[in-house]
Design a binder for this molecule. Structure first.
Ligand code: SOE
Length: 415
């Protein structure tokens, strides 16, 4: 009974490929597992193609489908727009949604350029004064083991941060016959491995250490310059280009131009290598690659401090390794913490200890924090301000790479 009295939060989602599917799962599950102050209602799914959007809406649990996101912004029963489309559409949709008084969740990276991200942040700042909130979908912040790492670092359990080393490795482009997709097109994706997966380790470094980046030196490489246009592969779950691959969730299978033959240019980076410094001066080394054979989704981050270290690998995502350097050398070593106890972040609502969570749970936690933030009248983190910082780091890396790896400072103008 009490459930029915909760205020409703009408949601519209744009795009229904990889990201749309996992976001739908999050909207479906959040209030079933967590006690939320508002009840999300999955009102409408928006995609380019009417038939495919209708099918996707039915399959993913949305009441209706639509093809014109602008019309959806006019609906009184829609309070929040969840943007799961390629990066080139983020700024336009987010700005229009915020101006129409709708809360916004936008997939990462927030935009394709600093100029766009800056505009989005300005719009979000104005919207906040009207009680309208915005958030960027850096979902890995909500993996329990990584949230635990952030808490341990904030509690001083590794002392002062001295060094960060992070990698995000995948291998779906290792095969040079893998077809072109929007993720390999600079005008749509903004960048390649850098923005798609490198953005996550930039954000995680910022989140875990609590420090922004002060400067970077970057090297971007395009390893395979041309790929097949792949005429015959159908686009399985598009949305507005969708934020991901086909129905099976593959990242490399989406095709932009059915009927096309021959080869097309890859206009983004395949791999990014970066050295950087945080505002404290602590050095950082980052690597993002979609050519790392055998590494399917290896997001690894290790932070060494003056009194210990934390270490994480998404391929073993329920585990955090913690090293306490104050322990006697004779018995010291990394402690393997299985972050599945009710005492661990977000775990109070899930399974008994040891039963583990998966990729999709981070997205459910993202919805939980977003809804709680909206109800409390706060911008949940990562805010558009946070997303803008990440965008500045990405652009500085691109600039540095194009200028013979020149050291490039990052200047955040605080409001
Ligand atoms: C979404 O958070 C995302 O960054 C995808 O866009 C990437 O392609 C995926 O591999 C990691 O997660």
């Amino acid at each position: 009974m009490a459930e029915l009295e909760k205020p409703r939060l009408g949601v519209a989602m744009i795009g229904h490929a990889f990201m749309g599917r996992v976001h739908s799962q999050a909207w479906r599950s959040a209030s079933r597992f967590f006690d939320l102050p508002m009840e999300p209602r999955m009102r409408v799914l928006v995609g380019r193609d009417a038939q495919r959007s209708k099918q996707a809406a039915q399959r993913l649990g949305w009441v209706e489908s639509a093809t014109d996101w602008r019309r959806v912004l006019e609906r009184k029963d829609v309070d929040l727009i969840d943007i799961c489309t390629p990066g080139d559409t983020h700024a336009e949709i987010a700005e229009a949604a915020l101006a129409a008084g709708k809360h916004v969740l936008v997939e990462k990276p927030m935009a394709n350029s600093v100029a766009e991200a800056q505009r989005m942040n300005d719009t979000a700042h104005r919207a906040r004064a009207q009680g309208v909130h915005a958030m960027v979908g850096f979902t890995y912040r909500r993996v329990p083991a990584l949230k635990l790492a952030q808490e341990l670092i904030a509690e001083g359990r590794i002392g002062e941060v001295r060094q960060v080393r992070a990698q995000y490795l995948q291998d779906w482009l290792g095969d040079e016959t893998a077809p072109l997709s929007w993720r390999l097109d600079k005008t749509r994706a903004g960048s390649g491995a850098l923005g798609d997966i490198g953005a996550h380790i930039v954000d995680l470094t910022y989140f875990l250490t609590g420090q922004r980046f002060a400067g970077v030196s970057g090297m971007l490489d395009t390893i395979v310059a041309e790929r097949p246009l792949a005429a015959k592969v159908a686009v399985a779950a598009g949305g507005i280009g969708g934020s991901g691959g086909g129905l099976g969730g593959g990242l490399g299978t989406a095709v932009e131009e059915p009927g096309a033959v021959g080869m097309g240019p890859v206009t983004v980076d395949d791999a990014a290598l970066v050295t950087a410094r945080l505002t404290s001066g602590a050095p950082v080394i980052l690597e993002a690659s979609r050519f790392a054979w055998g590494r399917k989704n290896a997001l690894r981050i290790e932070i060494s401090g003056s009194r210990g270290a934390v270490s994480f690998d998404f391929e073993d995502m329920n585990v955090l390794h913690y090293y306490d350097a104050t322990q006697p050398a004779r018995t010291s070593g990394f402690t393997r913490i299985l972050a599945t106890e009710p005492e661990h972040p977000y775990l109070e609502s899930w399974w008994p200890p040891g039963h583990g969570l998966g990729y999709e749970h981070g997205f459910t936690h993202q919805v939980v924090d977003l809804v709680r933030g909206i109800a409390a009248g706060e911008d949940p983190r990562p805010s558009f301000e946070d997303g803008l910082h990440v965008q500045r780091v990405l652009e500085a890396i691109q600039h540095s790479s194009g200028a013979s790896h020149q050291w490039t400072e990052i200047h955040d103008q605080e409001r």
